[in-house]
Design a protein around this ligand. Structure first.
Ligand code: TMP
Length: 211
């Protein structure tokens, strides 16, 4: 059954844990699934990620950042996401193009039309069926992060992260059918159960549309 689900949210919201948990539940029901993440997920993507996150000495422009995320995404779509969807698998992706709108658009202030055009180009128009947004106040998520080893994004000011959160909430408001917003301050188990309740009807639908 071909189904594309993405996880989004600010720093420390718990989306990596929740995407792994959903993956585990899918496999336990014998559902063929792939779990991947952005930026990264391919050899090229992992190398780009190192530059984007850890080379803080690099005076990377906001546009350069946008182009690197787009290059990483294009490789991931070509090598991992589209082949798995073509094999009728469920694909879970920890971050996708909404991250670019939230971080490079709302956070860095880049032009939304340019970002949307690049998102379309890098994904060949692929859209997630469901996007799970783990929402919490930006300062709560940042407080969960290791202060001693902050990457370029975590090291940004609180105001940047608040803009990112606002961006995500606006995206969710604009596409309520695609977004499922979950209160990320709930317990891990409560969040995982809410996500599972939301995903199971989509799994049934995807299965019946194949039959
Ligand atoms: P993380 O998902 O491992 O926390 O790290 C990825 C970082 O990259 C995170 O701070 C969000 C940021 N990011 C963007 O700024 N734009 C993007 O398009 C993506 C995918 C991530």
């Amino acid at each position: 059954m071909s189904l594309f689900i993405t996880f989004e949210g600010c720093e420390g919201c718990g989306k990596s844990f929740q995407s792994k948990e959903l993956y585990r539940r899918l496999l336990s029901y014998g559902i063929a699934a792939v779990l991947t993440h952005e930026p990264g997920g391919t050899v090229l993507g992992e190398n780009i990620t190192k530059w984007l996150k850890w080379h803080k000495e690099l005076a990377l422009s906001a546009t350069g950042e946008l182009l690197l995320f787009s290059a990483s995404r294009n490789q991931l779509c070509n090598d991992v996401i589209l082949p798995a969807l073509n094999k009728s698998e469920v694909v879970l992706c920890d971050r996708f193009y909404d991250s670019t709108i939230a971080y490079q658009g709302y956070g860095r202030g880049l032009d939304f039309d340019t970002i949307k055009a690049l998102n379309k180009l890098s994904t060949d128009g692929l859209k997630p069926k469901l996007t799970i947004l783990l929402d919490m106040p930006a300062e709560c998520g940042l407080a969960r992060k290791n202060k001693r080893r902050q990457d370029r994004f975590e090291a940004e000011e609180l105001a940047f992260h608040e803009q990112v959160r606002l961006g995500y909430l606006q995206l969710a408001r604009a596409e309520p059918r695609r977004f499922f917003v979950v209160d990320a301050t709930l317990s891990r188990k409560a969040i995982a159960d809410l996500i599972w309740q939301k995903v199971t009807p989509s799994l049934r639908k995807a299965k019946s549309s194949r039959a």
